[in-house]
Design a protein around this ligand. Sequence first.
Ligand SMILES: *Cc1c(COP(=O)(O)O)cnc(C)c1O
Length: 232
Amino acid sequence: MSIAENIARLKEEIAQACAKAGRDAGAVQLMAVSKVHPVEAIVEAYAAGQRLFGENRVQEFQEKSERVAELAGAKFHLIGPLQSNKTNKAAELFDAIDAVDSLKIAQRLETAATALRKRLPVLIEVKLSHEESKHGVGPDELAGLLDAMSGFEFVKAVGLMTVPPWSEDAETARPYFRELRRLRDEAVKRHPAVTQLSMGMSNDFAVAIEEGSTCVRVGTAIFGKRVYAAGA
Ligand SMILES: *Cc1c(COP(=O)(O)O)cnc(C)c1O
């Protein structure tokens, strides 16, 4: 299947999941996660009408950025963890940062965005499982982080994201999606801009949509398996 066919099929599946959940099909954005894949794959998806892309490493996207700059209207979000020494680059290169996981990172992004006079929407990554490998703030730290960020001028928290533990069975992820939505419903009372819910990947996006996702991050189901170079 081509990238264009995959995107068309996914849009249908997203519309079906929305219908099943009684939600408007326009309420869920499809993000194409292009990490590890070459610029040619991004261009192919763009030609098929795709405009929202996710990359998970600053360095990798920097290498791609010159060649994707000509894709008018394409938006690139950072969806992977951000180290503090890369915040300037990230603020410069990306349209949004979808995995802010500490006040320190948020503050550094605000400093960088202020210098660039660039509005930078961000999502807060919330860690809902106890896996060592997962990033994000704990649910009990979320309110404090959002309060601390509320005075920022250029960086604005517009929602939450999470990555549940990987499982073959999409149902395993449902409680995590439900919990993120509950946290969003709570947060939006004090911070009305915090509306978005980035949750759901190739194997569990339909469940995420049933639980209220507003953006599904899909890599494998669009671009195929990621093949990492030896030693990478
Ligand atoms: C890689 C990645 C995805 C896409 O995963 P697939 O299973 O390939 O769809 C989504 N979200 C994040 C944060 C990722 O790093």
